[in-house]
Design a protein around this ligand. Structure first.
Ligand SMILES: NC(=O)c1ccc[n+]([C@@H]2O[C@H](COP(=O)([O-])OP(=O)(O)OC[C@H]3O[C@@H](n4cnc5c(N)ncnc54)[C@H](OP(=O)(O)O)[C@@H]3O)[C@@H](O)[C@H]2O)c1
Length: 284
């Protein structure tokens, strides 16, 4: 029986991957820095590991065939951690980004992109079997972006109201990941994955409103106002990365692929489906 290590198992995507792997018969080990707070099902083997402390990876990787890798750790940790992972794993499925897709939303230069390119290069040249998942904007971004404002009122202050993206449900990314982790035939594949519809930020907010039975709307603010208001909560590099991407994408329809349906055989969930699944998190 294959043994899969999920790195990033408590996050938006990894948690779904762990949950969907439970139906496949593979043995799943979930890595987290805080096992006591992981909140994963009792059947899941949970092990403490930290990408910034490479020694902690040895136990997590022991006896493992395949790794699902979500990387949100600092760039300085990339080389020592990847060195250990590629020595132990036979197959790696990496949660990456659409960095090769020629759409303006995905083509901005920033430190995060450089780090992703470095991770991919280390994996590609290591000799392990690999698959890169390249999802566009996560629907789940709406939780951090808009839920706090929606819980207390019907207006979301946001820039670039008319910029469209094609938000993808975390369940769809996980469904593709599970195929790549458990089936043969995905080696060397790079899957660009999106939700099924191009929707502006304003349309996404009103869709959440439909899902929770309220009339929500965006009050458009300038990029500068938004950056100033958010600086106390989010790092400046993240704010600039998003602003650059939205500015570049203005006036372009979102990039939409049929990757989810082609790989899983089931249509990608709509943003309304996603908002319905998460309606409780938007209610006061
Ligand atoms: N948001 C988007 O629109 C978007 C689009 C395309 C690609 N992506 C990519 O998706 C990834 C984020 O995925 P996500 O939203 O599922 O992540 P997330 O919800 O932010 O979760 C991060 C996960 O990484 C783990 N983690 C963080 N630091 C760690 C460390 N030092 N050692 C070990 N584990 C660590 C956390 O585990 P513990 O805290 O439990 O240790 C947690 O499980 C990023 O690589 C991003 O570039 C995002």
């Amino acid at each position: 029986m294959d043994r899969v290590l999920v790195i990033g198992a408590t996050g938006n995507i990894g948690r779904q991957v762990v949950s969907q792997l439970a139906n496949t018969g593979v043995h799943v080990r979930a890595m987290t820095r805080k096992p006591d707070a992981a909140g994963l099902s009792p059947e899941t083997e949970v092990m403490r590991g930290d990408l910034t402390f490479p020694d902690t990876l040895d136990g997590c990787l022991h006896g493992i065939d395949t790794v699902f890798l979500v990387w949100t750790a600092p760039a300085a940790a990339v080389v020592p951690a990847l060195d250990r992972i590629v020595k132990r794993a036979r197959r790696i499925v990496l949660l990456s980004a659409p960095i090769k897709t020629p759409h303006p939303l995905f083509q901005q230069s920033n430190p995060h992109r450089i780090m992703v390119e470095q991770i991919e290069q280390l994996i590609e040249t290591s000799g392990v079997e690999w698959t890169f998942l390249r999802p566009g904007m996560f629907a789940a971004n709406a939780l951090g972006w808009w839920a706090p404002q929606i819980r207390v009122g019907d207006v979301v202050r946001w820039p670039y109201a008319d910029v469209p993206t094609a938000p993808i449900h975390e369940r769809d990314i996980a469904a593709v990941a599970v195929r790549a982790l458990c089936e043969n035939g995905h080696a060397g594949a790079e899957y660009v994955l999106t939700g099924p519809q191009s929707l502006t930020h304003a349309e996404q907010v009103s869709t959440i409103g439909r899902a929770i039975g309220r009339a929500l709307r965006i009050e458009e603010i300038t990029p500068g106002e938004w950056r100033r208001e958010r600086l106390s909560i989010w790092p400046a590099t993240l704010l600039d990365m998003l602003l650059d991407a939205w500015a570049a994408a203005a006036g372009h329809a979102a990039f939409v692929t049929s990757g989810v349906a082609e790989i899983t055989g089931a249509p990608a969930h709509t943003f309304f489906d996603w908002a319905t699944d998460h309606s409780g998190e938007f209610r006061a």
